[in-house]
Design a protein around this ligand. Structure first.
Ligand SMILES: [Zn+2]
Ligand SMILES: [Zn+2]
Length: 272
């Protein structure tokens, strides 16, 4: 492996494009800009820029790897046997954690300057190794009375995996970023009227325009604040099933994980 020392402590690989969580001893450490960085073997920096020695997965510590395939306890993404880690959940039972959720957990724990003040997205566009390329999601909707015309109108409010992990109990609130990719999915599924009702509208509450839910009858803004509150109230009483399943869609796993964790680990709000 050359002259670089191996890492004593587990860490997320410092290469921007890499999502590997490097177990202790399985990668290298390099002093850069006054502090130690850990890289997986595939991304280990070398004089002259040459890289790539062996797949990082081979170095994953076996003791903590999941022996059986299963859904990630945080994001419900399907993880192949050996590709994730076993970690305790809130009840002390051990569950599978996918490589992406490991990286996010680690960055939260480490919380160094790069993580606090950096701008690099925590979730890459690459499917984490050993994870399903797409994840089946329920697109959840709420039927509510339009405040303006009093007709019943459909608002897209939530996302929830079709096959959730036992520990993944709450739907994620859908905001303007998610509406941007949900809108064409709805149009493709012949929900044209609902798709068309999602468009940029002015909101005096936020003093700006955003890609919003709107009434299918009179086009009035159905604002995020009241709609989220209404959806949360329903879910708190009757669980995720209180919302209507508008559509089940296969979504690229990194897109879903960006919903779960946010661009830089802030996470999306839960309907609860
Ligand atoms: Zn995960
Ligand atoms: Zn209306």
């Amino acid at each position: 492996m050359g002259r670089l020392p191996s890492n004593k402590y587990p860490a997320a690989c410092a290469a921007g494009h890499c999502t590997v969580y490097v177990q202790a001893g399985a990668g290298v450490r390099v002093r850069q800009e006054g502090r130690w960085q850990v890289y997986c073997l595939a991304d280990a920096p070398k004089e002259g820029g040459a890289t790539a020695v062996q797949p990082p997965d081979a170095a994953r510590a076996r003791s903590t790897a999941n022996r059986f395939a299963g859904p990630c306890m945080e994001c419900s993404v399907q993880v192949e046997a050996g590709a994730g880690a076993l970690v305790p959940d809130e009840d002390g039972k051990r569950g599978v954690q996918c490589p992406m959720c490991q990286v996010v957990a680690f960055r939260h724990e480490r919380w160094d300057e790069n993580d606090q003040f950096g701008t690099d997205p925590w979730i890459s566009d690459a499917v984490p190794p050993g994870c399903a390329a797409t994840t089946s999601l329920r697109i959840l909707a709420l039927n509510r009375e339009c405040w303006k015309c009093k007709e019943s109108t459909v608002c897209v409010v939530g996302l929830y995996p079709s096959r959730p992990a036992r520990t993944d109990r709450w739907a994620r609130w859908v905001d303007k970023d998610e509406r941007a990719w949900i809108k064409p999915l709805l149009a493709d599924a012949r929900f044209e009227r609902i798709a068309e009702s999602i468009k940029p509208r002015w909101s005096s509450t936020v003093s700006g325009r955003y890609l919003s839910n709107g009434c299918q009858h009179c086009d009035a803004l159905q604002g995020d604040f009241p709609v989220e509150e209404e959806a949360s109230d329903l879910v708190r009483e009757d669980g995720v099933d209180a919302l209507d399943i508008l559509l089940v869609a296969q979504v690229p796993t990194p897109v879903w994980q960006r919903v779960v964790h946010g661009e830089r680990g802030s996470g999306s709000s839960l309907l609860m």
